[in-house]
Design a protein around this ligand. Structure first.
Ligand SMILES: [Fe+2]
Length: 307
């Protein structure tokens, strides 16, 4: 049964990309970080911090954030009960706190989210840029939120950047009232109807395990999966996940040069994709990394309404 059968179902406007050209599962799962990756991380972090110290970097980032939009989509979620019709979900990803974006900027962003009165706030990873302590920049903004069904987050590759694991990152976020999902799922509900919010570890820096994640979910119950990396969609759709929410790509960040990024093997750069009736939304996210500029890939925070 689909909830909201009395009102017309509005499908997301565009299904684009090459989901059907993805014939093989993603993997292998990431192991410990290799020395050359540690070296590359240090180079990127050093470059990032240098740019951040420049006034021009902050100005460019502010200019980019001036284009932040909140596109809204009505999304059918098979199996959900009528009490969940109209459930509003805000999806924030790739904030990259610390990359020209501090506490006051994030406070403004979260205040805008709160104005839209979401019932559920989901965060798709890369909440920080290069250091675990950057997560503290989120505290004031998160305190603005009051979604009835809670705030949930998964880690992205940048949340592992410092190389110390995500234990402290996780405990700091949970101290702010965010439930971090690392290969876990929780049931949320209202009015006697429920759905599952699931989250997997990052595909490139963590150890995602969909089998463990979905273990508590009963067959036929609706699932929204958070996966920072969009290439996990192939496996998620095959496992029956109704809706996967991802980020990671920034829409290319500098869209004409996105072919150089290599952030998605299956060209899940941005927007909606479909496979076997399951859907993936890849958000361009909010922040930047490396260079505080976006070209042809403006920041966004999608607002989904369950139909
Ligand atoms: Fe990112």
């Amino acid at each position: 049964m689909e909830c909201g059968t009395s009102s017309p179902v509005v499908l997301p406007p565009v299904l684009k990309g090459s989901a059907r050209k993805a014939p093989r599962p993603v993997g292998p799962l990431a192991g410990p970080r290799k020395p050359w990756r540690r070296f590359l991380s240090r180079v990127v972090a050093g470059f990032d911090r240098t740019v951040n110290r420049l006034g021009l970097g902050r100005w460019l980032h502010k200019f980019s954030l001036g284009k932040l939009s909140f596109p809204s989509y009505k999304v059918p979620l098979p199996g959900c009960g009528p009490a969940l019709t109209g459930l509003k979900v805000a999806f924030l990803t790739d904030l990259h706190a610390g990359c020209s974006l501090g506490s006051s900027g994030l406070d403004r962003i979260f205040s805008e989210v709160e104005k839209r009165r979401p019932d559920l706030v989901l965060m798709g990873g890369d909440l920080t840029n290069t250091r675990v302590r950057e997560v503290l920049f989120l505290e004031r903004g998160i305190s603005r939120l009051s979604p009835a069904l809670g705030i949930y987050a998964v880690p992205g590759n940048h949340d592992y950047f410092e190389g110390k694991g995500i234990g402290r990152w996780r405990s700091l976020l949970e101290g702010m009232g965010v439930r971090v999902l690392v290969n876990e799922a929780v049931r949320v509900g209202r009015g006697g109807d429920s759905l599952w919010i699931a989250g997997v570890d990052d595909l490139t820096e963590g150890r995602p395990d969909l089998r463990i994640t979905l273990e508590p979910v009963r067959s036929g119950e609706p699932v929204i999966l958070l996966s920072h990396h969009p290439d996990f969609f192939f496996e998620a759709a095959a496992a029956g996940v109704d809706l996967t929410l991802s980020g990671h790509t920034h829409g290319g960040q500098i869209e004409p040069l996105r072919f150089m990024m290599g952030h998605t093997k299956f060209k899940y750069w941005e927007g909606w994709f479909e496979q076997e009736g399951r859907r993936l939304l890849v958000s361009r996210g909010v922040g930047c990394t490396l260079l505080p500029i976006r070209v042809g890939a403006p920041p966004e925070i999608p607002i989904l309404q369950v139909e």
